[in-house]
Design a protein around this ligand. Structure first.
Ligand SMILES: CC(C)(COP(=O)(O)OP(=O)(O)OC[C@H]1O[C@@H](n2cnc3c(N)ncnc32)[C@H](O)[C@@H]1OP(=O)(O)O)[C@@H](O)C(=O)NCCC(=O)NCCS
Length: 451
């Protein structure tokens, strides 16, 4: 199929067609999404429009101009509904798999509640599964995506906010021990490696190769809603010791920070004061640049959007006093058995380090309409579908999609058991809870996926 030919997938009747996007849709997709995903003032979002243009033009390393679904009204030739699928690789404690991230979901007001998004979700799921992705993921409005088989099951955002008076002042006779500056192309592999190394703190992480990092730093439109500034941290000898990602403008009176990592063997206590002073200076420079005659902008705080837990919180303690609880990613896992077998090396390692090392036997997980039997053979683990589960025969019961919360380290058994009365280990099966808690560990994730 030629890149600029309309690939019609289905005639939806009433003059509407469902089709793939192509390179000729760049401007109409840009305009449609800018109007649909308005800014905080309710106006056309130039930053969303810039992001969509980047994606649709084909410059993005993991996205092609044909990766939007479009519903077009053939009577007017206009796009009336659309979404897209952004390909990426994620990792579960080092084990990689493909993910299809669905974003930019919208329907023109006059065409809503006719099932147009449902149709496109089905199509995007098919595209993603055809590519071999194990998971589909969305950051989206509350509840809505549960209708399409998703559960909110990985932290999204959240963190701590601190205020300028708490930033340590550099003594008059002291040189800044660490300098924060723009990266060069040469430093991209160092940033990539450090990002991969520190991802070990989390259950899930997103992989960025050198090309993707290069695109993030040098390739995106400067107004894009998903661009951030990457800065490297170096010591007094000019040696790379870490990096930080922050917004390129103020959000209200705050500068948002999305990642902050330093190399192993270095104290966070040593580096953090220099980084905070850099953030203060940068935020104040942005405030000056963003001020107009009518509106004087000010920077008053730094917002560490580093998730539920991060080494810098341990350093700052009550100097970053405001706690912002995370929202959540929606994940869809169509083949739980296949996924459990894919990550079995991680589960086997957890078992080997637990009090139930070398276990043999089985653990029957009941999801009510389906289930999984985990077979243990001297510490080896294999998952198998349990087609006709029965709660009287089950070892652990998980209503709806609650199992995903424990699988992805979002919540532990105790928390889930408190939240759902019908989620429990059957006390007649003594092995159930020790095995469950050996395999599934609460280890919250925080990562920036590819967008
Ligand atoms: C939210 C939005 C994308 C829904 O589009 P739509 O084409 O009306 O969606 P659909 O009709 O395919 O919805 C599928 C189901 O969700 C229901 N639904 C639609 N909007 C809903 C909403 N806001 N909340 C809850 N359910 C909703 C529909 O009735 C339908 O239910 P059914 O399949 O049981 O009949 C659309 O209202 C929109 O563009 N909003 C503004 C932009 C936005 O918020 N986008 C989402 C960003 S994550």
């Amino acid at each position: 199929m030629k890149e600029n030919k309309k690939e019609i997938i289905e005639d939806l009747g009433d003059g509407l067609i469902l089709r793939r996007s192509n390179i000729l849709d760049v401007e109409t997709l840009r305009d449609f999404n800018g109007r649909m995903h308005v800014n905080s003032g309710g106006e056309f979002s130039e930053s969303i429009a810039a992001w969509i243009k980047d994606l649709a033009s084909g410059n993005h390393p993991t996205f092609k101009p044909k990766d939007f679904t479009i519903v077009e009204d053939t009577r007017t030739g206009k796009i009336v509904s659309s979404l897209n699928l952004i390909h990426q690789k994620w990792s579960f404690e080092g084990i990689e798999f493909g993910v299809g991230r669905i974003e930019a979901v919208a329907t023109e007001a006059d065409y809503r509640r006719r099932g147009l998004v449902r149709k496109q979700m089905d199509l995007a799921h098919q595209w993603s599964e055809d590519r071999g992705d194990k998971i589909q993921a969305i950051t989206g409005i509350p509840w809505y995506y549960r209708q399409f088989g998703y559960e909110m099951t990985v932290n999204l955002g959240g963190g701590r906010r601190g205020f300028l008076p708490d930033i340590p002042i550099l003594k008059k006779d002291q040189d800044e021990p660490y300098v924060v500056r723009q990266p060069t192309k040469k430093e991209i592999p160092l940033i990539k490696d450090l990002s991969e190394y520190t991802a070990k703190r989390h259950t899930l992480s997103c992989k960025r190769d050198v090309e993707m990092w290069s695109y993030e730093i040098f390739g995106r439109n400067k107004n894009s809603a998903v661009r951030f500034n990457t800065r490297v941290i170096e010591d007094s000898d000019g040696k790379f010791v870490g990096y930080i990602l922050h917004n390129f403008k103020l959000s209200g009176m705050s500068l948002n920070i999305f990642e902050y990592e330093i190399i192993d063997g270095l104290s966070w206590l040593d580096v953090t004061p220099s980084v905070l002073r850099y953030l203060e200076k940068t935020g104040k420079d942005y405030a000056k640049k963003e001020s107009t005659k009518k509106l004087k902008k000010e920077m008053k705080s730094f917002n560490l959007q580093l998730g539920e837990d991060h080494p810098v919180y341990f350093i700052l303690q009550n100097k970053a006093p405001q706690i912002n609880t995370p929202y959540a990613w929606y994940l869809r896992l169509p083949d739980i058995v296949g996924f459990l077998n894919h990550i079995s090396p991680v589960l086997e390692e957890r078992l080997a380090k637990s009090y139930v090392v070398g276990h043999s036997g089985e653990l029957k997980l009941n999801f009510f309409k389906s289930g999984v039997i985990l077979h243990f053979d001297k510490g080896k683990i294999k998952a198998e579908a349990w087609d006709k589960p029965d709660f009287e025969d089950a070892h652990v019961n998980f209503p709806d999609l609650s199992f995903l919360k424990i699988l992805f380290g979002h919540r532990d058994y105790e928390e889930l058991n408190t939240a759902y009365a019908d989620l429990y280990c059957d006390s007649n099966h003594m092995h159930a809870r020790p095995l469950l808690e050996a395999l599934f560990i609460r280890k919250p994730s925080n990562f920036m996926a590819i967008e």
